[in-house]
Design a protein around this ligand. Structure first.
Ligand SMILES: Cc1ncc(COP(=O)(O)O)c(C=O)c1O
Length: 375
């Protein structure tokens, strides 16, 4: 195993330009190493309360925020199980691989699930959403803010109010945007806003968070077969006591508390969003200059992950492996988009300078590949 991938003393030395998990800053690694009291203790409860307050600020909401020992997919399933009754209808608005995943979760849980999709690379538009909602009476609607496979950001400000007007409960998976892009939960009326922490929050994987509206909580109370591990009603009861239902990864929650404090009180939310916007713009300019067309529709490009087409007909697997030898991890396309696209994640704590250094090396690798200098 190469020293750069797994250094016994220092851990991985790779620079991750991935759409998650991303690099975790040293100050967070230090938090993770600190000792903790148990999860049934006053110090834990104080920490839990601090995290909930931080999440409310991050998500611009007064709703309760839950902390899950799970990745985002667990909470996606939890939404399906807690919010869709057996005689109700669920609508999944998909613009890519993660939208499809949510629909499949609906189907696998035996819920009456309908998928309405747009061509990959495109965003949801108000007209499309209106037409989809008019086809039936949907009780719950599921969608992504940022589709990490295609690098498309949905215009939430335009489409969530349309869904709200239909009376449906709205669940938004903000996994690859929270803490990188502003999502104003209460202003938009999002009932469940969920995300895992290994992306723009720059924490190690293993936790997910979500804000849950009163409407969603009241609904969950009347849904049967919610299961046990992710039962929102039980989560709410424990959350009121600043607790989780089962033993959480306490060091991770300490790290989340520290990271929220850093984001809110040191970098500042607006500055963080601006930095991500700059990272997105810089990457798109680089792609244009390199002759690489964006996979994402113009005007709806993500500021946290860029997906580029294979306009130059490059062997992307080779490109990724050559970048690895230079100490960078970028990633090939997701699922069906493998080799048709590649992705650069620019989320978490990445600075413009670090991005530019990586892009310089990537430009060299692309030139060498085009001149057949790399076998
Ligand atoms: C938009 C989106 N939703 C859901 C997921 C699944 O997240 P997790 O791996 O934390 O379950 C991902 C992961 O990349 C994602 O990007």
């Amino acid at each position: 195993m190469s020293d750069i991938h797994f250094n016994k003393e220092k851990g991985s030395q790779l620079k991750l330009f991935t759409p998650g998990p991303v690099e975790v800053p040293e100050r967070i690694l230090q938090e993770l190493a600190k000792p903790n009291d148990t999860h049934r203790s006053i110090p834990y409860e104080e920490m839990h309360e601090k995290v909930v307050e931080g999440l409310q600020k991050l998500l611009y909401t007064d709703n309760d925020c839950f902390i899950f020992t799970s990745s985002a997919t667990g909470v996606m399933e939890a939404c399906v199980r807690n919010l869709v009754k057996s005689d109700e209808k669920a609508l999944f608005l998909s613009i890519g691989a993660f939208g499809d995943r949510w629909y499949n979760i609906g189907v696998k849980n035996g819920k009456n699930s309908t998928k309405e999709e747009v061509e990959w690379g495109r965003a949801l538009k108000p007209e499309f959403v209106k037409e989809a909602l008019e086809k039936d009476n949907y009780n719950v609607v599921f969608l992504q803010s940022n589709e990490t496979s295609t690098g498309v950001y949905n215009p939430l400000e335009e489409i969530v109010p349309i869904i709200k007007d239909s009376g449906a409960v709205v669940c938004v998976d903000t996994t690859s945007s929270i803490a990188g892009v502003k999502v104003e939960v209460d202003k938009l009326g999002i009932d469940v806003c969920l995300a895992s922490v290994q992306k723009c929050l720059a924490l190690p994987p293993g936790l997910a968070v979500a804000s849950i509206s009163k409407k969603a909580l009241n609904k969950a109370e009347n849904v049967e077969n919610r299961g046990h591990y992710f039962d929102f009603v039980y989560f709410n009861k424990k959350n009121q006591q600043n607790q989780t239902p089962t033993t959480p990864p306490i060091p991770q929650i300490r790290a989340l508390a520290a990271q929220l404090d850093y984001i809110l009180n040191q970098e500042g939310l607006e500055e963080r969003f601006k930095r991500h916007a700059r990272l997105g713009k810089r990457t798109r300019i680089w792609a244009r200059d390199a002759g690489l067309e964006m996979f994402s529709e113009s005007g709806f490009e993500s500021n946290t992950v860029s997906t580029m087409k294979n306009s130059l007909n490059i062997d992307y697997a080779k490109m990724v492996s050559e970048m690895l030898s230079k100490g960078y991890r970028i990633v090939n396309g997701y699922g069906d988009l493998k080799n048709k696209t590649f992705r650069i994640g620019h989320m978490g704590e990445v600075s413009i300078k670090e991005l530019e250094n990586m892009l310089e090396d990537l430009t060299d690798v692309i030139s060498a590949l085009r001149l057949n200098k790399i076998s």
